[in-house]
Design a protein. Structure first.
Length: 105
């Protein structure tokens, strides 16, 4: 089970790295805890204070869901893609990162 978790984590990091680069952010930022969340909030073009909502239990899940929808929207994807991004980030960040999807400012 630990090996599967490690593999999924590695896939997620690779996907995030590519997504960050597509959005004009440094890919290495995806490796730094908390800072990667700060950058992801900027990529989704959400207010700066959203970052702090991720430290509130239960509210963090709601805002992470909304953040996933925001990231999907910024890459021109529909609502259902944002839902999939929330539940399966290790797959859908890879799809964004390695596809021809473009970041829309």
């Amino acid at each position: 089970m630990g090996l599967i978790s490690l593999l999924l984590f590695i896939l997620w990091v690779i996907g995030m790295w590519k997504v960050f680069e597509k959005a004009g952010e440094p890919g290495w930022a995806s490796l730094i805890p908390f800072y990667n969340l700060w950058v992801l909030v900027r990529i989704a073009r959400k207010p700066w204070w959203w970052f702090f909502t991720f430290f509130i239990p239960l509210a963090n899940l709601v805002f992470l869901f909304l953040l996933s929808l925001g990231v999907a929207q910024k890459f021109g994807q529909p609502f259902i893609f944002g839902i999939a991004l929330f539940f399966f980030p290790f797959i859908f960040y890879l799809i964004i990162g390695f596809s021809d999807m473009r970041y829309q400012r």
